[in-house]
Design a protein around this ligand. Structure first.
Ligand SMILES: CC(C)(COP(=O)(O)OP(=O)(O)OC[C@H]1O[C@@H](n2cnc3c(N)ncnc32)[C@H](O)[C@@H]1OP(=O)(O)O)[C@@H](O)C(=O)NCCC(=O)NCCS
Length: 186
């Protein structure tokens, strides 16, 4: 198996675009495209991008920023633009911009930008080292630096969340429920 410790691959090597027409079979009961359909497309393009960068089988470890602020309609063409923004030792952060084009209205809307952390695995099933990332312009540098910040914020958020869980004193917090849309039934 090829060892990638000292090799690097430019961002452009694995940049991937996927487009798919939204057909009625992808719609929910309200006639809009299922969020899960878009997540599935994002997962595929993240895999393609990470697998190409690393020449490896990859797994999805985490998904960040999957907020769909505008609905996608049947008949629209969804395009996903993916690139590796950052690499660790075995992990790759793939940024994916999703846009939907409505041909009849002549409109393009940006539905979301999400970040998938993918990990490359070797034939033994263990994480394997991926090539370094060749940053080809200032945008690549900005995304790489942003990814480092995101990771730091994620770690801080995780530890705050853990603290909130372990230090939660239910009796002391009960008055807060008076402003909430719930009722104690015990
Ligand atoms: C993610 C996984 C590979 C981690 O394996 P591990 O033996 O704990 O390996 P490590 O601790 O060395 O972590 C490997 C990499 O994953 C990263 N990682 C682990 N957990 C992570 C998390 N929650 N978020 C982001 N990155 C994470 C580590 O930072 C490390 O990155 P690096 O090599 O670039 O430094 C393993 O838990 C796994 O295979 N999970 C299942 C993934 C899967 O099946 N996905 C499909 C879901 S249906």
């Amino acid at each position: 198996m090829e060892i990638f410790e000292d090799t690097f691959r430019p961002v452009s090597y694995s940049r991937t675009t996927v487009s798919e027409l939204m057909i009625p079979a992808y719609a929910n009961f309200g006639g809009k495209i299922h969020g899960g359909m878009l997540l599935s497309l994002m997962d595929k393009v993240a895999y393609a991008c990470a697998s190409k960068h690393s020449s490896s089988y990859c797994v999805t470890v985490s998904v960040e920023g999957a907020e769909f602020l505008q609905p996608v309609e049947v008949g629209e063409m969804v395009s996903l633009f993916a690139s590796v923004n950052h690499v660790g030792r075995s992990s790759m952060l793939v940024g994916i911009k999703v846009v939907a084009e409505n041909f009849l209205a002549g409109m393009v809307k940006h539905t979301n930008t999400s970040y998938f952390t993918m990990v490359a695995k070797g034939e033994n099933g263990l994480p394997r080292t991926v090539p370094r990332l060749g940053l080809e312009n200032r945008d690549d540098v900005r995304r790489f630096l942003e990814a480092i910040k995101r990771k730091q914020i994620r770690e801080l958020y995780k530890s705050e969340l853990n603290n909130a869980k372990t230090n939660l004193e239910i009796e002391r917090e009960l008055p807060k429920l008076e402003q909430e849309r719930c009722r104690l039934l015990y």
